[in-house]
Design a protein around this ligand. Structure first.
Ligand code: FAD
Length: 293
């Protein structure tokens, strides 16, 4: 199902994010995660696109596979990196031919070794240009990325959120956020975007389950998300006790999700990272407390 149709029907959605496996062994890990998560009844799943377009064929293969295996709506991530507009248009035709109807339209990060993003000659400079291409071609629902703490290149949160509003106005049916750990940042972004767009934009929080303190710090350094002092204070002393840190981290994650849903989040997008246990625990806990259907 196209996500714009799904969003019109349903006030809240549950979704999981996967990445394309690199080899046969990791393919089995992904298969296992899909099998374990399927009974939880996600509304959609998404599959990432390697930096520089490195997993282009794999992303499509995984999207098609999940949809065929589970019947769940699947969304392919797509970036502007290393592609001209003509190449992006060809890719859109291929996706349409494969029956893929949902795309997460992204600018992408600079390829390895480059500090700043430089558009390809004849390519798209920003995600909004890709959203224009997708809208003009027709046949797809597009979503976009959102940054509760601001994108690292942006001069301010407000400047970044104005660009987010532009993406929503130009055709994105909603947005999924970068991982973040401060509920106020999300609430402020939602209120600001509601003022800018004059409607209630569909901005789904991206949730990174906390299962390992060291991994959390590394992940957040890589993607530019900040970890609040309160999380450091709670988890750093337990960092080397795998069981204790996982227990505390997961309790923190579930409480965070409850706070976001109570503040009006239109669902959750869980970064499952091709594993099922943490995502399943979060969904089960939220269903038990009546925070998710
Ligand atoms: C949910 C999610 C999933 C992701 N999945 C992937 C993935 O699969 N593969 C991958 O490579 N990366 C992925 N990323 C990372 C993403 O590609 C990077 O964060 C990238 O740096 C920004 O992408 P964007 O789509 O937000 O870019 P944009 O919306 O283009 O924004 C990038 C910067 O430009 C500014 N800007 C935007 N529009 C304009 C404009 N019209 N004029 C001037 N400035 C503007 C913004 O404020 C921001 O600072 C994902 C990010 C998120 C949040």
């Amino acid at each position: 199902m196209r996500l714009d149709d799904l969003f019109r029907r349903q006030a809240r959605t549950l979704s999981f994010e996967f990445f394309p496996p690199k080899n046969d062994r990791t393919w089995y890990t992904l298969e296992d995660a899909i099998d374990q998560l399927a009974p939880l009844g996600a509304d959609f799943v998404s599959v990432t696109y390697g930096a520089g377009g490195s997993t282009r064929a794999k992303t499509r293969e995984v999207v098609e596979h999940i949809h065929a295996k589970t019947g769940v709506s699947a969304m392919a991530h797509l970036t502007c990196v290393n592609a001209t507009r003509g190449e992006l248009q060809t890719l859109l035709d291929e996706y349409a031919g494969a029956g893929i109807e949902n795309l997460l339209a992204l600018r992408g990060d600079p390829p390895k070794g480059q500090e700043r993003f430089t558009p390809t000659d004849g390519g798209c400079a920003h995600a909004v240009d890709l959203i224009d291409l997708i809208r003009d071609r027709g046949g797809f629902a597009s979503l976009c990325a959102a940054f509760p703490e601001r994108h690292p290149d942006a001069a301010s949160r407000e400047a970044d959120w104005a660009h987010l509003a532009q993406k929503l106005r130009r055709g994105a049916s909603g947005a999924i956020t970068q991982c973040f750990f401060d509920p106020n940042a999300y609430v402020e972004m939602l209120a600001h975007l509601t003022r800018l767009t004059g409607s209630h934009p569909r901005i789904i929080p991206g949730i990174l389950p906390i299962t390992d303190y060291h991994a959390l710090v590394r992940f957040c350094e890589r993607c530019g998300a900040s970890v609040p002092q309160s999380v450091h204070a709670a988890l750093a002393p337990l960092a080397d006790d795998k069981v204790a840190v996982r227990k505390a981290g997961m309790a923190w994650t579930v409480a965070f999700c409850r706070e976001l849903l109570e503040a009006g989040a239109p669902g959750l997008h869980i970064y499952a990272l091709n594993r099922s246990t943490a995502a399943a625990e979060i969904v089960t806990a939220l269903r038990l407390s009546g925070h998710l259907d």
